[in-house]
Design a protein around this ligand. Sequence first.
Ligand SMILES: Cc1cc2nc3c(=O)[nH]c(=O)nc-3n(C[C@H](O)[C@H](O)[C@H](O)COP(=O)(O)OP(=O)(O)OC[C@H]3O[C@@H](n4cnc5c(N)ncnc54)[C@H](O)[C@@H]3O)c2cc1C
Length: 544
Amino acid sequence: MNPTDTPHAVHDVVILGGGLAGLTLALQLRQRLPGLDILVLERRTHPVPEAAHKVGESSVEIQAHYLATVLGLKDYLEQKQLKKFGFRFFFSDRAMDIARVTELGASRVLPTPSYQLDRGLLENDLATLARERGIRFQDGSLVRNFTLGTRGGPHRVHFEVAGAAHAVECRWLIDAAGRAGLVKRRLDLAQGNAHDVNAVWFRIGARIDVNEWSDDPAWLARCTPPNRWLSTNHLVGPGYWVWLIPLASGSHSVGIVADATAHPLDRLNSFDKAMAWLQVHQPRLHQDLQGKRDKLQDFAFFKRFSYGCKQVFSGPDRWALTGEAGVFLDPFYSPGGDFIAIANTFITELIVQDRCGTDVARLASMYQRIYFLFYESMLPIYLGQYPLFGNAEVLPMKVLWDYTFYWGVMCQLFFQNRLTNVMAMARLQKSLTEAQRLNLAMQDFLRAWGAVSAGRNPAQMLDQASLPWFVELNRGLTDELDDAAFAERIEASLARLRLLAGQITALALAEHPALETSALEGLLPAPGAAVASSMLFGLDAAAA
Ligand SMILES: Cc1cc2nc3c(=O)[nH]c(=O)nc-3n(C[C@H](O)[C@H](O)[C@H](O)COP(=O)(O)OP(=O)(O)OC[C@H]3O[C@@H](n4cnc5c(N)ncnc54)[C@H](O)[C@@H]3O)c2cc1C
């Protein structure tokens, strides 16, 4: 389709970039406002290659819910992508025998689903769906320039298709151009952060099944079904982690994410260098990959991939940034797709309200405040934490903590559809602020504990499926709650976080009484108030 062949050279919305963020936003907008005229301009020509396309392949609960339920793609995900067997962590630095190190993960699939996404396959299918639903998806079109409208006037976008120049106008302009960040660059919105971490990755046209790495029958019998390969497997060590993500096209994605000081990028930034590094740090993976060298499909890297942004939404000027055009934190817990879901949900509501004739200036700045609050609450989860990633005593506690915060607070707002409800958010402000304070204090505590802990790494499984409270927290994500039940849920989450903080700090202090806890004062349960049952795999009972 040539967009200028139609009489619609003026569009309601033009989206710059038709990757994951741009395509899903187009679908969400179309769903809310069926009459909206949406043009998506994507530089690449479709179909894009499967497997060796982009990173961002592991989804977690918010993104999974967004795709499956908000956009209605559940059947598609179940049939054409892979259902994920949660996160799994092996403390396998320099270890050849994976059965003899600590494993953290669930022995069975938890109730609320998430998926492994082959990005090429997904973007091809989303683009087809977008066209079927009447969205003007123009692939092979390179955005060359644009002018932002002044005094309420339309924006004007100039782009090129097969060497021919075109121009269109629009009321809303969306930057979904990923790291190219077109509006971001024009308005000088880029903002760094202190998180200095790099990543390299590649795809192999074969399966990598960690179950093939040991023939220990007890270790093999730990998981039901025995499908560890469907997990996002994290092979962790001091200052780094390695991801293994299976793709529906039959390939496997492998990535090394490392603190820039501990593992400089120039030791990782080619396939041969990455293999030499793996031979030292993850020898069992290296051995597996050696036999698959001829199946290498691509290799890429990003230096210092984490960043913030000065502004992501403008109500008065009717532009917005979504996806990597805005902020990006760290892939350790796969939050990239979550941030797309959250930004798109805010942008959709702004455009709906604008369409109803509401002045969205205030709303846009309120939504932006909430969006940045998510970013700021999550940055300390990663910042300065890489040194403890190899610690088999502290990281499991951190993962429990981070999940309890994510499922108990962040997911609740998204799953319960309260994110754009300004009144509900205002009512929750006190509890959310307290949860954020507690999280910040706990992240500092975990960092300090990581620095002194011996990091014992016994051959054991810390089975999240054996923790009834953890499984219930996951299951409860899909409950439907009215306002009163929702308020109770947030209070219960806060109480659970306090209890968990109390148990984690008590476990650490039993061995390291000098650890600083003053930042947690007033945030922990009163002494003696803690329930008898352990939230920590019984490790605290063992320590006592
Ligand atoms: C190392 C690493 C690992 C990650 N792992 C995960 C993960 O496991 N799970 C997760 O959820 N997230 C992950 N992420 C984040 C994830 O990759 C991003 O959230 C996601 O890919 C961003 O999608 P997007 O649509 O914003 O950008 P993109 O997918 O990059 O899409 C932008 C589109 O804009 C187009 N474009 C750019 N310039 C122009 C132009 N001038 N004209 C027209 N089109 C243009 C591009 O062709 C592209 O298709 C990871 C990120 C990194 C760095």
